[in-house]
Design a protein around this ligand. Structure first.
Ligand code: HEC
Length: 129
């Protein structure tokens, strides 16, 4: 049966979306998850000198919700962390853990791990020094 021209026009005008778009989003998600996985498999670059300026920005964006903007003072939730070693930052930020033998300032377990900050650890350490 021949279709009328009107039907064809409305087919062209079908909004982009539906299953096609869902596949795109799924692929994007898989790509992002994969990218994250790869980053956390890589060892922390301990050889790179940290950049305290970048560390300050990362601290402001990710830590001051709980820690004090002045890292030598206690914050709303988190303790003062000025002088934290790179080893401590790595354990805390990547695994929400502590280096072996370290006595935590608090024995609560409020702070979540933020493994996506892995590449920023040398910068945070330089800023908190
Ligand atoms: C959701 C709130 C929150 C955020 C965000 C947060 N922290 Fe914490 N942090 C805490 C709390 C609370 C503690 C005390 C231990 C606990 O309860 O987990 C802590 C403990 C720590 C410690 C261990 C202190 C010690 O010597 O015992 C370090 C180091 C630390 N945080 C660094 C950071 C850095 C760096 C960031 C940003 C990348 C950050 N935290 C983001 C809440 C937070």
């Amino acid at each position: 049966m021949a279709r009328s021209p009107q039907t064809r026009v409305s087919e062209y005008r079908k909004p982009i979306g539906g299953p096609g778009r869902r596949w795109c989003l799924l692929l994007l998600l898989v790509f992002l998850l994969n990218a994250c996985g790869k980053d956390s498999d890589r060892p922390v670059e301990t050889t790179r000198a940290g950049d305290p300026g970048r560390g300050r920005q990362i601290y402001a964006a990710n830590c001051v919700a709980c820690h004090n903007p002045d890292s030598s003072r206690d914050g709303s939730l988190g303790p003062a962390i000025k002088g934290s070693s790179q080893e401590l930052l790595e354990a805390r930020i990547l695994r929400a853990a502590y280096p072996p033998g370290y006595t935590p300032k608090r024995n609560t377990n409020v702070m979540p791990a933020q493994p996506y900050l892995k590449s920023a650890i040398p910068d945070l350490a330089a800023f908190l020094r």
